[in-house]
Design a protein around this ligand. Structure first.
Ligand SMILES: [Zn+2]
Ligand SMILES: [Zn+2]
Length: 264
């Protein structure tokens, strides 16, 4: 049984055909998935979808790419995190990829938002789902400053260097790999994936984005996460079944899911 540790089931492309997406997931032996929140505006729907399906859980948080949205407070995140099926804070973090002509100082709002999420994660004891792109130094510095190493979480859809992976692991974080592992131009990332200890690896689709080969360019969905497991298995010289089993256990432990695979 596989767990897709990060997908956006409430995004267009998946939300309007959710019953089919869940059926395909079951047929592909993807027994569980975490439905990831990216704005407070969508949280009610994200949480309701998780609450309506025993194989789904969810998060609460505001993505760094979301600019014209409601800004969360620590108290609000803590309150929303108490709702049923919420197992993590995020996704949150820093993304300077779309910084455009803006200066580092002009991105202070992202750093403040990230710090708010870390404080909520510490207050609730929940793991943090971290998104970081072109901002790894600041991401690690803020995690250290805010003491998130004491709680942990996951660097999702990992695309950074070995040094960043080592720093994240040293902080107690997990590393989650996506379909990018299967992309032809991802040789450097594959070298990183070879070396991350399996007991700290998760797998995800980040669907509807980033469909793995052979679905590249199509709408991604949780049913495709076994392709990520197969890619990671080849890199680490293991069987796909061993990777499925280990990443399932890792996700269960990190997100506090019930351990019994049969009792979703
Ligand atoms: Zn992300
Ligand atoms: Zn995401």
């Amino acid at each position: 049984m596989y767990i897709d540790s990060h997908c956006h089931l409430c995004y267009p492309g998946l939300r309007e055909r959710l019953p089919d997406v869940l059926a395909a997931m079951q047929a592909a032996e993807v027994g569980r998935a975490i439905n990831i929140c990216t704005t407070l505006e969508e949280f009610d729907d994200v949480q309701a979808v998780a609450a309506a399906h025993p194989q789904l859980w969810c998060t609460v948080g505001v993505h760094p790419d979301q600019e014209d949205v409601r800004e969360p407070s620590v108290d609000e995140l803590v309150t929303l995190a108490a709702r049923p099926r919420v197992v993590a804070i995020g996704e949150t973090g820093l993304d300077y990829y779309r910084i455009g002509s803006r200066s580092h100082a002009e991105m202070a709002w992202q750093r403040e938002r990230f710090a708010v999420h870390i404080r909520a994660a510490r207050a609730t004891g929940l793991p943090l789902v971290v998104h970081t792109r072109s901002a790894s130094e600041d991401t690690l510095a803020i995690l250290r400053d805010e003491g998130q190493g004491q709680v942990g979480g996951v660097f999702h859809c990992f695309t950074e260097t070995q040094a960043v992976a080592d720093a994240a692991l040293a902080l107690g974080f997990h590393i989650s790999f996506s379909g990018i592992l299967t992309f032809r131009n991802a040789a450097e990332l594959r070298e990183v994936a070879r070396r991350v200890p399996l007991e700290r690896c998760l797998i995800e689709t980040d669907s509807p984005y980033l469909a793995p080969v052979p679905y590249r360019g199509k709408t991604n969905e949780p049913a495709y996460v076994p392709h990520v497991a197969t890619a990671l298995a080849e890199l680490q010289g293991r069987t796909p079944a061993a990777v499925a089993e280990a990443t399932r256990r890792n996700a269960e432990r990190l997100f506090g899911l019930p351990q019994d695979a049969d009792a979703c």
